[in-house]
Design a protein around this ligand. Structure first.
Ligand code: SF4
Length: 391
């Protein structure tokens, strides 16, 4: 038997993006660059009480492990503000404090060493009067500010002027607040103008991107439960990112925040804005299918969860299109007649009974990952054996 050099790259570069990225100012958010051509980053927000330091840090650790690059924590009370120094220090990723209503917590967050502070001008009391002080404190500490305008809490003056949260109203609110910071020579700003309707949201960000060069944080607010929120976010972010608009993203789902991070990363990978990781290519099945493709694809996906390599794994239901796709992938199966032909990098390495397709694919994927030098999760490590060989 001869060992095969599989020639699988250890990274899978993203394809050329659909459009050049819009040129924006660059911010340093606790070591993560945002804007100015930096890779689009993925954010999420904890759902724990921030004052519960242990639970919050635990959730941040889970988010970090899922690929979250910046995390935001809510700070509605003094107890939450008191927890910020420890959380900012111990978190593995930059922490942004999310402040509503009380300007005093903005100062507390800056003092606590948070990587940035998000303010919502629409509902911070007497915010405009405080901008000078906030700008001075943020500048002294090198802390960027996100001006986060939300349709649901739009400044009352603008609501009265525009009648509702139109794209123009959202943009006017954001730029008005930005201009107050600019008066104090503070420009370490990023902006979001979120709306729950993807169409309004897309129009607002387009308008905003024409009128300023601040980096933009994309979000569809209150996007809904996981399925609906994923679709809304993918549609809206896809429209904007494919025009080069957007520097950091947060998917909002009524679901655990790790799901937001998974969706966010997947959107970026799909658009070629991020190196692709593990990718399952499975056929939709049809009348020609000779196996239960749905179950097979689900089992393979579940079995390979957490495999940290850019493998393309094809799960195909028959021998019509199956071999072609399976051959194109790094690893694949074309099923038929109760058997599965297993392909590795275009070569059939073996044919196994249908009952062994899933375990064989997982075994081979883990071996490939091991050969690529990947750090395997404990539960997959024992499956790693010698390098794949031709049988
Ligand atoms: S690979 Fe075969 S089973 Fe799957 S959709 Fe194509 S023709 Fe149908």
């Amino acid at each position: 038997m001869t060992a095969v050099n599989l020639g699988i790259p250890t990274t899978r570069p993203a394809p050329e993006p659909l459009a050049p990225r819009r040129q924006t100012r660059q911010l340093n958010v606790g070591g993560v660059l945002v804007g100015g051509g930096a890779p689009v980053s993925v954010q999420s927000m904890t759902t724990t009480k921030t004052a519960d330091i242990g639970a919050t840090l635990q959730q941040i650790a889970e988010l970090t492990a899922t690929g979250c690059q910046i995390v935001r924590v809510a700070c509605p009370t003094q107890d939450d503000a008191d927890a910020l120094p420890v959380i900012a220090k111990k978190s593995q990723i930059p922490v942004i404090a999310d402040i509503h209503f009380q300007p005093k917590y903005v100062f507390a967050a800056i003092e606590a060493g948070c990587a940035a502070v998000r303010v919502n001008p629409g509902n911070i009391k007497k915010f405009d009067d405080k901008v000078g002080e906030i700008a001075a404190a943020a500048k002294a500490a090198g802390t960027p500010i996100r001006i986060g305008v939300n349709a649901g809490s739009l400044d009352k003056r603008l609501l009265a002027k525009h009648g509702k949260a139109t794209p123009e109203a959202l943009v006017e609110s954001a730029l008005w607040e930005a201009s107050l910071f600019e008066e104090h020579d503070f420009r370490d700003i990023k902006i979001s103008v979120k709306h729950n309707d993807p169409v309004v949201m897309v129009k607002a960000y387009r308008l905003l991107s024409e009128q300023c060069d601040y980096p933009l944080h994309l979000g569809v607010t209150e996007a809904g439960p996981a399925f609906q929120g994923t679709i809304k976010s993918a549609a809206a972010f896809g429209a904007l990112l494919s025009e080069g608009i957007g520097d950091t993203i947060r998917v909002s789902l009524s679901a655990p925040p790790v799901e937001e991070v998974k969706v966010g990363n997947q959107i970026l990978e799909s658009l070629g804005l991020k190196e692709r990781g593990l990718e399952i290519v499975s056929c939709p099945s049809c009348g020609r299918a000779q196996v239960d493709v749905y179950t097979l694809a689900e089992q393979v996906t579940a079995g390979l969860e957490g495999l940290p390599v850019p493998l393309r794994v094809a799960v195909m239901g028959c021998v019509v299109n199956g071999p072609g796709e399976a051959r194109e992938a790094d690893l694949g199966v074309a099923s038929g007649n109760g058997k599965g032909q297993i392909f590795v990098k275009g070569e059939v390495i073996r044919t196994v009974p249908e009952s062994q397709i899933v375990e064989t694919l997982i075994e081979e994927a883990v071996r490939l990952a091991d050969e690529m030098g990947a750090e395997l999760p404990e539960e997959l490590r024992e499956l790693a054996g010698p390098v794949v060989q031709v049988h």
